[in-house]
Write a protein that binds this ligand. Structure first.
Ligand code: ZN
Length: 165
């Protein structure tokens, strides 16, 4: 499957909820609409079950990363907090497989697309060209997107080989 689009970056998010809590696509959508938004802010939402829900259409801007909604795709996975409410990478295998399949479809639809995490858009406070942990204005997505999904910043050929296609 190929999802055609002309957006340059997929930005990863988490719902910032505990894994013991259910926060479905519809819950997230209702929450965003309650804030006065026209729709859910993300283009895709992946529940704990691995189910991928389509939010905003790819030809519409999302509302997921302040100042950078133009040209980006918002992808959110349910979870992101430990049981005490602290940021934690809670992504399970079902979610990870779904994210990888989705990113592959998006990469096939636009091979120049890159992947980043929401926190990578934090301000570079000391101006050294790198967004370091002390500069994160948000923990989202509670993992290093470059480590987890960095293969998608490579060429489509590399991605296909790596995923055994
Ligand atoms: Zn986020």
């Amino acid at each position: 499957m190929k999802l055609n689009h002309n957006r340059h970056t997929a930005v990863m998010h988490v719902s910032a909820t505990k894994m013991s809590q259910n926060f479905s696509f519809e819950d997230c959508r209702a929450y965003h609409i309650s804030k006065g938004w026209s729709d859910i802010g993300y283009h895709f939402y992946i529940e704990k079950s691995g189910t991928i829900h389509k939010g905003r259409p790819l030809n519409c801007n999302g509302a997921h990363v302040r100042g950078f909604n133009n040209g980006t795709i918002g992808i959110c996975t349910e979870g992101g907090l430990d049981e005490q409410g602290a940021p934690k990478d809670t992504m399970n295998d079902l979610q990870r497989l779904s994210v990888e399949g989705l990113l592959l479809a998006l990469k096939e639809g636009n091979p120049s697309m890159k992947v980043k995490g929401h926190r990578d858009y934090s301000p570079d406070l000391n101006g050294n060209g790198k967004i370091e942990p002390f500069e994160f204005s948000k923990a989202c997505p509670c993992y290093d997107a470059q480590i987890k999904f960095g293969i998608f910043n490579s060429t489509l050929e590399n991605v296909l080989v790596r995923m055994g296609r």
